[in-house]
Design a protein around this ligand. Structure first.
Ligand code: NIG
Ligand code: FE
Length: 406
């Protein structure tokens, strides 16, 4: 058994069975001051005020938190970290004034990453992806969803998903794989979008499912990418193979993606830089978690999602990094939390809930991680001695992690 002592405050305690927070629950944060926590077989065994701490037995490991706080690790329900190389050229083009859509229309963007990925060996892609996972874990993320979507041929989509499987097998973080064949139309199908959608439905999805390589299916349902109709076809093909939807929607326009996602009972609808009240309305009383990605708003200079309006309407909100080479080249969830506060005007407590339990929910793992709960995975951040939870997004660049236990 591990016994963590010297905890100034144990933060993020959630009762068993609570899988997400919505509306006013987003303001709830339960904690214990001067606490202990025990870990057995990698799971949280017990916690409470320090006077109840069990005496150490021979063989127990004592970890002194040194007056730091203990928090659940962040969960990152939306990433594209399985990619090859980088895209600084487009970064410079963006500085020069080109938009994300203009870069994509010139054959840059996702297709550029697909070309790079095609030329990269599986071993090299694995090494690059694993390096990103390790960096994310060191910054406090304990669960990561990873999408395909830079293959855009059956062969290369499978290559990506096999790499993601290997990452899953070799990382201590929870990894959840998502098939995103409909991220863009592959080069060989230029001008033949309908045929590409058919390829996704009839060839890619069955191939992915037959190897059990993905749990979720995603579509970039947005202006200039895939329509709600095409999205429906892909989600139906996915459902026939047991793939649960998680959708890219409303990044570039009010695309109808939220509505189609909800219709197919998506686990999450993500991006939502643009939303009208109609989208908020359709999300009410559904299992779908609205997920916002402020890192891409920051990097692309787009509007930030209306998280406060969602919460005021009784909905929950999750935050994720969208870590990818084109619109969010960072997987730092602490920075995501800070953007949630600074740019979306979430309180630190709301942003924390959005980055932990709700993001875990949006990737289907909130029954096993995302909070301090007996029986959940002991994926924990021990902080340096910081004055409060709010300090973390406030002094958003001051190192705050003493140690992660995963
Ligand atoms: O979530 N929006 C679509 N996909 C990514 C960007 C991918 C890329 O540019 O490589 C995103 O922003
Ligand atoms: Fe994305």
């Amino acid at each position: 058994m591990k016994i963590i002592t010297g905890i100034k405050e144990l933060v993020g305690i959630v009762p068993q069975g609570v899988l997400r927070k919505q509306g006013p629950e987003m303001d709830e944060l339960s904690s214990i001051k001067d606490a202990f926590l025990t870990v057995e077989d990698g799971l949280i065994k017990d916690f409470g005020p320090k006077q109840d701490c069990p005496a150490a037995k021979p063989g127990d490991e004592i970890i002194d938190a040194g007056g730091g706080m203990v928090l659940p690790m962040f969960c990152d329900s939306h990433t594209h970290i399985c990619y090859a190389g980088t895209r600084e050229r487009e970064f410079i083009d963006k500085i020069g004034g080109l938009s994300y859509e203009e870069i994509a229309a010139r054959g840059g963007g996702i297709l550029n990453s697909a070309d790079l990925l095609h030329r990269t060996s599986e071993d090299d892609l694995y090494a690059q992806t694993m390096e990103r996972v390790c960096e994310m874990v060191s910054k406090g993320t304990g669960a990561i969803e990873i999408k395909s979507g830079y293959g855009l041929t059956t062969e290369d989509e499978l290559k990506m998903l096999r790499v993601i499987r290997r990452v899953k097998e070799n990382s201590r973080a929870i990894i959840k794989p998502t098939f995103l064949g409909a991220h863009a139309v592959g080069r060989a199908y230029a001008g033949r979008q309908k045929d590409y959608v058919e390829l996704v439905c009839k060839e890619m999805i069955p191939a992915v499912a037959s190897e059990g390589l993905a749990e979720y299916v995603d579509v970039f349902c947005d202006e200039g990418f895939f329509t709600p109709r095409e999205t429906s076809c892909i989600l139906e093909a996915g459902a026939a193979h047991g793939l649960v939807p998680k959708i890219h929607a409303n990044e570039l326009a009010c695309s109808g993606g939220v509505q189609v996602g909800v219709r197919y009972d998506a686990l999450s609808v993500d991006h939502l830089e643009r939303t009208t009240d109609a989208e908020i309305e359709v999300l009410k009383d559904r299992r779908t978690m609205p997920t916002m990605l402020p890192g891409s708003s920051f990097f692309l200079g787009m509007p930030y999602g209306r998280a406060k309006d969602f919460i005021a309407s009784g909905l929950g909100v999750a935050l994720a990094s969208d870590y990818n080479p084109g619109s969010s080249p960072s997987g730092d969830m602490r920075f995501v939390m800070a953007l949630g506060c600074i740019k979306m005007r979430l309180t630190p407590v709301q942003a924390f809930n959005a980055c932990t339990l709700n993001s875990a929910y949006a990737m289907g793992v909130s029954s096993v991680t995302g909070s301090i709960t007996k029986g959940k995975r002991a994926s924990l951040i021990i902080t340096r001695p910081v004055p409060s939870l709010a300090f973390i997004p406030y002094c958003y660049q001051t190192p705050f992690i003493k140690e992660v236990i995963i």
